[in-house]
Design a binder for this molecule. Structure first.
Ligand code: H76
Length: 481
């Protein structure tokens, strides 16, 4: 028992700091009791300008994790590490100098930005988040502030520039992933303990500002910056800088969106400030996990974007996917619909190979998602939380008076239960392939919707037209108990 208590205490200590950041915000204080913050939320509530509406309506995105880590693919000196491939430098304790020598092998001969863009288009994603620079420090653009860039590899060309052009030509928005933590820069600090740390970190933040300004000016069509590697004490002690970065980027790029992960307030509180208000434009803590569709409806009050890997936890290319469970297309779809049903976006990750091609499993998955999206995308793009109580058969999404029932589990009863808020009535139900479906009222605000006659062996969608009825009368008598 004592051991268990100790183990628990130990785990809380170790896990505490990371988990605390991910937890829901603290209860909001009444306005008069709120503390004054210089670097807290810049805004209360959701943004409603055109750029933000577009971000939200896009709903489905792809992540691209591509860097030097794609070359070893999880293996160093003959040993395969099961941890995330893009962290291999850390797992195998490789020095920065040695790691960055991988640049000599960076020559993705099969890389074809147009093919990547077509693949994304076929998959039905409306935006792609690209790792401009991951923790290793290697830049996919020819940054003039470091020598660790594509320009100094055998490939030489500006990969990021090619991708931005190709995606944009397909009408796909580009978002930039940017890791603040940079293992290639000797001025980076995990914490600030001495005067020397302070000076080094000041130089580091200036270097980071320069790189960000460089990205914003070289690629002005970028729609979003998604920050990562911002959890260290050094950054938490410099909340002012995170607020400054958001302002700086918004001045350079009107309309740009920024994730909550960038931000820390005056007290080092991250994502949500010390008054419980979201910082940045959308919450970005749902990584490889999702809010509970029944218990966590509070997330419908702010914008959020989740991201997921196809295996358990591999973002960069890893040569051996047999080391963890790999999600199938329906499992991925379910997470996409789950997110939209709670008012969030979903970004599915891809880790291209060092040769510039995608692994076969990722191609198959992208195609399967694309096939489904072509038929059913209407229940994803531009859709939001529906305000109806979740049922076991699947998820609701909604656009105006169209409520989409996305069915993942077929009931033996052949009826799909629908409970509506008082005054909201279904008037018609049809599948997206045009089959009319029967709706039977069973009791107050409850309906049975028939399982359509022809059901393909995959999740399907029923569109319920709803209307608001004034002065609804209760036809059914509640039990006297
Ligand atoms: C930890 C961590 C990083 N955040 C994910 C989005 C990946 O980039 C992973 O390496």
């Amino acid at each position: 028992m004592r051991n268990q208590v100790l183990a628990f205490a130990f785990c809380s200590l170790i896990c505490g700091s990371t988990f605390a950041q991910q937890k829901s915000p603290q209860r909001m204080l009444p306005a008069e009791q709120e503390m004054t913050l210089q670097y807290g939320a810049d805004r209360l509530g959701k943004r409603h300008d055109a750029a933000m509406e577009r971000f939200r309506d896009n709903r489905l995105g792809a992540f691209i994790h591509w860097g030097l880590y794609a070359i070893p693919g999880g293996e160093w000196n003959g040993k395969v590490y099961n941890g995330a491939a893009e962290w291999l430098k850390s797992w195998a304790k490789v020095s920065a100098d040695e790691w960055l020598k991988l640049m000599d092998q960076w020559n993705p001969e099969k890389f074809d930005a147009k093919k990547w863009a077509r693949m994304a288009k076929e998959m039905g994603v409306k935006y792609v988040k690209i790792t401009t620079k991951h923790h290793e420090g290697f830049c996919l653009w020819p940054s003039k502030y470091t020598k660790y860039t594509v320009a100094n590899t055998p490939y030489k060309k500006d990969i990021l520039g090619e991708l931005v052009d190709a995606y944009n030509k397909e009408g796909i928005d580009v978002h930039f992933y940017f890791s603040v933590m940079d293992w290639s820069n000797p001025d980076y600090r995990y914490d600030i303990k001495t005067k020397e740390d302070e000076e080094a970190f000041r130089r580091f933040l200036e270097f980071t500002d320069n790189q960000l300004k460089e990205l914003a000016t070289r690629y002005p069509t970028v729609k979003d910056f998604w920050f990562d590697g911002t959890w260290d004490a050094s950054i938490k002690k410099n909340g002012w800088w995170t607020a400054h970065v958001e302002r700086m980027l918004k001045e350079l790029l009107p309309g740009v969106t920024i994730n909550s992960r960038l931000r820390a307030d005056d007290y080092g509180k991250r994502h949500f400030d010390s008054n419980g208000h979201l910082m940045g434009d959308y919450e970005s803590g749902y990584e490889r996990r999702l809010p509970d569709p029944v218990k966590d409806l509070k997330v419908t009050k702010w914008d959020w974007e989740a991201c997921m890997t196809i295996p358990e936890n591999q973002w960069g290319y890893h040569k051996d996917w047999s080391l963890s469970y790999v999600k199938n297309p329906v499992e991925v779809l379910q997470r996409i619909v789950h997110s939209v049903s709670m008012g969030g976006n979903m970004v599915v990750n891809f880790g291209p190979q060092a040769d510039g091609d995608f692994r076969p499993e990722e191609k198959v998955l992208a195609e399967a998602i694309g096939r489904w999206m072509k038929k059913n995308g209407e229940c994803i793009y531009g859709c939001d939380y529906a305000g109806l109580e979740k049922q076991d058969w699947g998820y609701y999404t909604r656009k105006g008076n169209d409520v989409y029932m996305v069915v993942f589990n077929l009931p033996f009863s052949k009826w799909l239960t629908v409970k509506t808020p008082r005054g909201l009535k279904p008037v018609e139900a049809v599948t997206l392939d045009g089959q009319k479906v029967k709706v039977v009222e069973t009791t107050n605000n409850e309906y049975n919707v028939a399982v359509p006659e022809k059901v393909a062996g995959e999740p399907f969608v029923i569109k319920l037209k709803v209307e608001t009825v004034e002065g609804a009368v209760d036809k059914y008598k509640a039990a006297l108990t």
